[in-house]
Write a protein that binds this ligand. Structure first.
Ligand SMILES: [Zn+2]
Length: 339
């Protein structure tokens, strides 16, 4: 039987209740999975008895002459974030941490906020999303359309987070909960089930690293079970303007600024030490310029793919680094978010 364990990445202490950071050393928690891989997706998540939304999503995986692509915008709010919100909200509901009518808060640059608002609606919560003044207007409209309030905050990404945390509402910041990023394990399982041969490269848009970490854990689980021979190369892709992880790996001092790829914020990820070691062992972190990202989106439209800039960065990287067609793009959000 599959078993997951939540513990502090730094000192190994288990999470005692629902604290966001370790009581001993104030570091973030991670989640690890062990035991046999189960064919039915949901059975690989021992902390969920009944998911709010079906977990056997099977988003399309298409092959073109140049690459393969996993269309993660085939999710309820048109972005992959729903996978993580589904596992997180299902867990919190089953543990009775959140209850009907409760006021909850979240900080987001857009897609996570939309997903947070929809899942809050499913549970009759009263959500407020804290967003920066420069947030994408379409995404804010989408958040409101699910009945969530929005509070625009002037200042840095950290200021937005602090406002959400100190709002007096129950703070459900998705970054902190390992049950959020754990939802992305399912993407790896689906890739394994949908492809005859695993890709050489998986190209992943990288912001706070939760998607990257979830995909890594999924393939690690398959590897533990002897179902795959090796880990595909996992590429972490950031806009040059918003590249906290890249800067840390390369000792570059550069403040993040906003990119056309608005879902990619470029702050240093919460679990940056762990991510840094995974990237050094199994992948690469690279940056793309604004022009390269814009061109990537245009080129994808020519083959019938309409994704947001933050996803098109994967195709920009495929071109820039001349990767072979046995490469898989993770297309995280639909193009309608950038109209
Ligand atoms: Zn600790």
């Amino acid at each position: 039987m599959v078993l997951t364990k939540v513990f502090c990445f730094k000192c190994g202490s288990p999470r005692e209740e629902f604290e966001l950071l370790c009581n001993t050393c104030n570091s973030p928690f991670i989640i690890r999975v062990s035991g046999p891989y189960e064919k039915k997706t949901q059975d690989n998540f021992d902390y969920i008895e009944k998911p709010l939304f079906p977990m056997d999503l099977r988003t399309p995986l298409i092959k073109t002459d140049l690459f393969s692509a996993k269309l993660e915008y085939f999710n309820p709010t048109l972005s992959y974030k729903d996978r993580g919100m589904n596992t997180l909200f299902s867990f919190l509901r089953e543990k009775k941490y959140i209850t009907k009518g409760e006021q909850v808060s979240e900080d987001s640059s857009g897609n996570a906020g939309a997903s947070f608002a929809l899942f809050s609606k499913m549970l009759d919560l009263k959500p407020t999303v804290f967003a920066s003044k420069s947030a994408n207007a379409n995404k804010l409209k989408q958040i409101e359309s699910y009945g969530s309030k929005i509070k625009k905050i002037e200042g840095s990404r950290k200021d937005v987070e602090d406002s959400a945390r100190n709002s007096g509402m129950k703070y459900l910041g998705h970054q902190y909960w390992p049950e959020f990023y754990d939802g992305f394990r399912a993407i790896s399982y689906e890739i394994f089930e949908q492809m005859e041969k695993l890709p050489d490269n998986i190209l992943i848009p990288f912001s706070t690293g939760t998607l990257y970490l979830g995909i890594f854990e999924g393939f690690s689980h398959l590897l533990q079970n002897g179902l795959i021979e090796s880990m595909p190369a996992l590429w972490a892709l950031q806009p040059e303007r918003a590249s906290g992880m890249y800067n840390m790996l390369n000792n570059i001092a550069r403040e993040p600024s906003s990119s056309i790829a608005d879902a990619l914020t470029g702050v240093l990820p919460l679990r940056h030490t762990l991510l840094s070691s995974i990237i050094k062992t199994y992948g690469r972190c690279e940056t793309l310029t604004e022009d390269e990202i814009i061109q990537g989106k245009k080129d994808l439209a020519k083959v019938g793919i309409d994704c947001e800039y933050s996803s098109a960065i994967t195709y920009s990287a495929l071109r820039k680094f001349n990767l072979n067609k046995n490469s898989l793009l993770i297309l995280t959000g639909h193009g309608i978010k950038n109209i």
